[in-house]
Design a protein around this ligand. Structure first.
Ligand code: PLP
Length: 422
């Protein structure tokens, strides 16, 4: 097979040779072509089944579900954490499921700000905004002016961050380097090992927002010696809207008091002694806060079985092949219509989606959605396209690019233009 054969028959041949082609049968895809798994992954029979299972347990067991559920709800966050650990390269007990990503940023930034010698946090200007909102508020609660203590590495091109600039921004005043694994807009991927080393060289902590990589890219959090990480499960893990989030804490920090403590993070054996003195669990479970929302956690149980069956290495391989294919087709077919690739071209330098740039991205996104190609748009001019290897075929990627050609060749944007936005 010619890697850069951009004909329709070559796309169909690729699907014929693709060992992941039938994984899509395990998903319930409501739209003809779903390219938005970087925002919200689709439902699967497995995820719906584990959700329905706990609903039924609630009906039949009531409060006994906490101890008699199959599995018992009481240890749900720890148990799912143990299953996630291999996917992020963590040791046993270093991963727990709980809270939301933003809340996990609050509690972990709070924890490590207390422990650090320095008092500045290094981030970048292309971060997803919630990271900055949470960090600024944690700085404020410690009487630290965010304008002085949040060190924001700037982008030269509005798409990417130069890792050299990040290394330069880290110094002995740094408390925490907090970085995404993959930028939410352009899809640039960072070298987490290099960032961790640089942080540790200055006695700072290294923490990561893995929202755009868990479930799409393998991680080695323990091997690179990261201090902590957070992520969500509603994107590449397909656990449903508002699914409970994940967190990693390196075992050398077990026993520290969480920035935001709550009874669900108490040592499990004595949690129901209901002492007002807080004893943290000796695991990442200590960073859970309140009662685990079982209905927001249960779909992850089923959704994970798909990721485990396919394997994170095969998922990454299928994702790199598809993003490479989409980039090649974009270069060949869409350049003349003013569509360009804003994502780094080296496979190691990008995550699971491709940023297509166009000066009327909103109108283009709307036109594509009207045709059944579900994408999303991020300002100022990016259409994000996620060809997940779990449920997007090469032929669909090919058809998607032809749909963009059709929209732009016949100037069909006018009819769908969002008022006031180009
Ligand atoms: C990098 C990143 N962090 C955090 C979030 C959202 O966090 P939460 O799940 O708390 O809404 C997103 C949402 O898309 C994200 O892209």
């Amino acid at each position: 097979m010619d890697e850069f054969d951009t004909t329709e028959s070559a796309a169909i041949r690729r699907d014929g040779n693709d060992s992941l082609f039938h994984v899509r049968d395990r998903f319930d895809l409501a739209d003809p072509c779903y390219l938005d798994g970087n925002s919200l992954g689709p439902a699967s029979d497995a995820a719906v089944a584990t959700l329905e299972h706990v609903v039924e347990e609630w009906r039949t067991l009531g409060i006994r579900g906490w101890t008699e559920g199959d599995p018992p709800w009481f240890h749900y966050g720890e148990r799912l954490g143990d299953r996630l650990a291999p996917m992020v390269g963590a040791n046993p007990k270093e991963v727990a499921v709980g809270n939301s990503t933003t809340v996990n940023i609050h509690t972990l930034i709070g924890t490590f700000l207390e422990l650090a010698d320095g008092n500045r946090i290094v981030v970048n200007e292309l971060d997803f905004p919630t990271d900055h909102y949470a960090i600024r508020s944690q700085l404020r609660t410690r009487g630290l002016d965010p304008d002085d203590h949040l060190v924001v590495v700037e982008s030269d091109d509005g798409r990417t961050i130069d890792e050299g600039d990040v290394l330069e921004a880290i110094d002995d005043e740094t408390a925490i380097v907090f970085f995404p694994s993959v930028l939410y807009r352009s899809g640039q991927r960072f070298d987490l090992e290099k960032l961790t080393e640089a942080a540790h060289d200055h006695d700072a902590f290294a923490g990561f927002d893995l929202a755009h990589s868990v479930g799409a890219i393998p991680h080695e959090l323990s091997a690179i010696d990261a201090d902590f990480a957070v992520w969500c499960h509603y994107k590449y893990c397909n656990a449903g809207p508002g699914a409970v989030a994940g967190l990693y804490v390196n075992e050398r920090h077990f026993g520290e008091t969480p920035g935001l403590a709550g009874w669900w993070g108490h040592e499990k054996e004595t949690q129901f002694d209901l002492e007002t003195t807080y004893t943290p669990a000796h695991s990442a479970g200590a960073w859970q806060i309140g009662t685990i929302p079982i209905f927001a956690a249960a779909p992850l149980d089923g959704a994970l079985s798909i990721l485990e069956d396919v394997g994170i290495d095969a998922i990454r391989e299928g994702s790199v092949a598809r993003t490479e294919y989409l980039i090649a087709l974009t270069d060949e077919r869409l350049d003349e219509f003013g569509v360009s690739v804003g994502t780094p071209r080296s496979p190691d330098g990008r995550g699971g989606h491709v940023a297509l740039e166009h000066d009327r991205a909103y109108a283009l996104g709307n036109a594509l959605r009207e045709r059944g190609y579900v994408v999303d748009v991020r300002p100022p001019g990016v259409v994000r396209v996620c060809p997940s290897p779990l449920y997007v075929s090469y032929h669909e990627v090919w058809e998607f690019v032809e749909a963009v050609v059709d929209v732009l060749e016949h100037d069909r944007l006018e009819a769908v233009d969002r008022e006031g936005v180009t």
